[in-house]
Design a protein around this ligand. Sequence first.
Ligand SMILES: Cc1cc2nc3c(=O)[nH]c(=O)nc-3n(C[C@H](O)[C@H](O)[C@H](O)COP(=O)(O)OP(=O)(O)OC[C@H]3O[C@@H](n4cnc5c(N)ncnc54)[C@H](O)[C@@H]3O)c2cc1C
Length: 664
Amino acid sequence: MATSPAVVLSEIQQDTLARLCDTFVPAVARDDDPTGFWGRAASDLGIAGLIAEQLAAAGDETMLEGVRALLDGLHAQGFDDLDAPAREGMLLAMADADVAARGGIGALRGLTTMLFYGLPVPQPDGSVRNPNWEAIGYPGPRQAPPSPDQAPKTIGVTRAAGDDLVLSADVVVVGSGAGGGVIAGTLAQAGKDVVVLEAGGYFNESDFNGLELWAYEHLYRGGGITQTAEGTVAILAGSCMGGGTTVNWTNCLRTRPAVREQWETEFGLEGLTGPDFDRHLDTVWARAGVNDRCSDFNGPTQRLQEACAKAGIAFKTITRNTDPATYDADAAGLLGFGDATGSKQGTMKTWLQDAAEAGTRFVVGCRADTIVVKDGRAVGVEATATGEDGRTTRVVVHAPQVVCAAGALETPALLLRSGIGGPATGDYLRLHPATGVSGIYDEPQRSWWGAPQTALSDEYGDLEDGYGFLIETSLQAPALGSTATPWSSGAGHKELMAKGAESAAFVMLIRDRGYGKVTIDQAGNAVHHYVMADPLDDRNFRRGIAELVRLHDLAGAQEIITYHRHETRWRRDGDESLEAFAQRAHDGPLGPFDHGTFALHQMGSARMGDDPATSVANPWGELHDTPGVWIGDASAFPTASGTNPMITVMALAHRTAEAMRAAR
Ligand SMILES: Cc1cc2nc3c(=O)[nH]c(=O)nc-3n(C[C@H](O)[C@H](O)[C@H](O)COP(=O)(O)OP(=O)(O)OC[C@H]3O[C@@H](n4cnc5c(N)ncnc54)[C@H](O)[C@@H]3O)c2cc1C
């Protein structure tokens, strides 16, 4: 069957895709179905067509070839003519037999369930809601965002139009997130002429509609989840004005003393253990308005508190960068999709605003392509700005100082495209691999109320040699959550999703000693490699899963479910002992596409240190091999921080900004 540029799948492939989507999310006959959830299949929301449209829009020929091959293979095996149980059996068997098929089936399943549980549908009252939310106990956004008049955009942006935009400045900062924001604000207030280039768009409260899929598309890197090259870890990072600080969960933790000690003694980061770094931490803490007055405990956090008390382990309230004057617990559950109340004190509200008021120019939708080097030193950046109409403008910023603050996923790619940074560029990528375990309780948990993280347990933070894991809680994001919910049949997945109201997720993240690597492909785009190869990390990760299981038991969960691909589930009224289940969860497969492992914290891929063979920048952040280029983001971490990293990123960035001022 011939295909045209707009129609990327043949009719047969499209039919097979429709059958596949309805296998992932079928109509299930139920007498009691007041909202139509059980009777609604993927096809009722037109999901196969939407996926085909997304594939066409992405224009990734390699991915398309993979999808076509998978659909052709299914068709050739008679998938379209089988009944539902046989189709389910075929998919499970294919995924078990072959990693590539597992990845492809997993990706299409993920897309299907994300759309089924996330797609906003216009309602008669003018609001937009997903028809499945009521059945899974998710209220979604409860009010419209403020109007642009009520919440005007207060940072002026320089429009890139025409073929070229050429600017000159003292400093060009690439990336406006936790690190880039602090450096831009600090240097601009010190009188430097600063230009900030941000690949993402500029969105504020008036845009933050609380819709999960809108947020992934507009505020996150790569439109939401991207996978490591090996399919072992799903990555999430912000990409918009404010970077990660616009979408993150406002959990503020200071750098741990042992980590400060390691970075000073092993990597030469002078002053890290003493009052000088305390001053940097205090400065960013104060500007971000960190406080403990907006840390209400929702159901999952209360369950964690009860479990920790019963286990006799540490439990601590989290401090957050949020303004008590505008904090609203009813809205805080959506802050991973941008905070419509404006309470979140990310860099957009703080350091970038300071920078704007001191005259900084911002170019948004502008991706830095290369750093320009002359006679061995930085002289500027070449970039491409893409307008809303898709037209591109070549942007050149002449500046003697360049700050790489594109985040640990992209900063090394920028260096590699520029041919600078030395042999360690892209190496030592740390991810804080994280996962969750869900407990299903007798009562509704209101996971969507209050901030996602307001308490933690650091009991297991240092199990061995400074490495261990933190236990925290998570944002309720039904579309993303549907991808981590195990699928062993269409009806079974729906059944688990329908328990959403009574579910509470505990999460844990390990401080990884092992590491991955960032490389670039032929087009110069970043590729992220990560395999959990260090036995210590494997031990801690598995122990973490087992401890989450035990905590749910102590908190009284009736059922406990891990995020393994093969449903791994315990029932209080079943035959399996809790310890036998904890062991089973501990031993479960963690290979490619076998387990819901996530990375929200990317670090270390252009690290600071005193050895040019094993680090990219000197202990103050300036490149060993290219004066005038500075690393100003989480890439600069010598090792994983072991704590949620925003405050550490900011404090190191503040330290680097001062070093830049002193440099020349
Ligand atoms: C969902 C989520 C929740 C989180 N919750 C917390 C939390 O509660 N507490 C905490 O401490 N940490 C949290 N984090 C992590 C924290 O937000 C990050 O560690 C931090 O933002 C990293 O700062 P950064 O400066 O390295 O990069 P980022 O903040 O990610 O900023 C990088 C910016 O650079 C831009 N960029 C990339 N490439 C280019 C290019 N070539 N040209 C121009 N611009 C470019 C990106 O668009 C992005 O805006 C969370 C992260 C996520 C994703």
